[in-house]
Design a protein around this ligand. Sequence first.
Ligand code: ZN
Length: 309
Amino acid sequence: MNKNIIKINKNYTYDILKNDLVFLNYQYPFFNIKSIGKSTLGEKIIYIKLGNGNKKLFINASHHANEWMTSLQIMMFIEKYLQLYKNKGVYKGYNIEELWKEVSVFIVPMVNPDGVNLCLKDKKIINNSVYKEIWGEYINKIEDWKSNIRGVDLNLNYPAGWEIALKNKRKKGIIKPGPRDYPGPNAISEKETKNIINFTKLFNFDMTISLHSQGKEIYWNYLDYKIKNSYEIGKKLEKVSGYILTKPDYYSSFAGYKDWFIENYKKPGYTIEIGKGEEGKSLQLEKANEIYNEIEELFFVAIEECKKI
Ligand SMILES: [Zn+2]
C-alpha cells in the first residue's frame, strides 16, 4: 500500500509543491520551510534544509519550466530521506543518521515557479495579463515553455561567459524573450537568478547539483577549470545511475548555474539531465517511478561524497 504524500498522478504545479511540503512538514516536523526570495510574479521561491552537518550540499530543480518533472523527483527524494531519518535506518548501505549529522542538504525544489505554472496552464497565470505580451503568442505550445515568465532562460542568465552565451544564441536567431534560449538583457537580469546567486553566496556550498531534463547525462565541468575530486565524484554518480558523465556541446556551455558555481567557488558542481523522452518536451508522469529508480541512489552518493569534501 502506497501511503506516500508525494503522488505522481498530477503535473507538478507550484501549488501542489507548496501543499506537499506542508503535509510533509506536518508528518516530519523536524525541518523548516523557508524562502530564498520571490519570483517575478511574487511567489516565494521555497527552500528547505535537511540535516545539520557542517558540509553543505545544494540541490536545485526546475530552472527550466517544462522540466517540472525535476521538482517532482526531488520531492520524492525528500520524502524518502525524511522517512529514513525518522526510522533511523540504514539504507542501501548508507547510514542515514550519520549523513544527516554530517551534511546539510539545502534544496530549492522549484527555482522557476512562474514558468512552471505557465507551462502547466495554471489559471492564476493564464488569467494574468502581466507579461502576456511575451508568452501570449506561444499559448498553443505553452507546455514546451522553458523560460521564466519574462521569456528569459534562467540557466543562461548567470555571469559565467554570459556574453558568449548571448552571441551563441544570437547566431541561432534568438534575439528576444521567448520560450527558450534567450539569455536576458544582461546577466542576472532576473529575480530568480539573483535570488539563487545571493542564496549561494550566503551559504557557501561545498557542492551543487542542478536537476534538468533530459538525456540521462551528467555534466561536471566548466571551461578548463580543474576542480579537486570533481571528475571522481562524477564517475561515482555515473556508476549508480547509469547516466553518462560527459561535457555539453559548446553552444550550451555557458551562463548556467553550474558554470557560475564552478568558476566562483572552484568546487564540484553538476548538472544532471534526468530521464529520456521526446526531444524538447516535458517528461510524462508515467515515467516518474522509472526515473526515480534511476536517480535515487545518486542523491545518497552526492550526500556521502559531500561529507568527504
Ligand atoms: Zn534544463
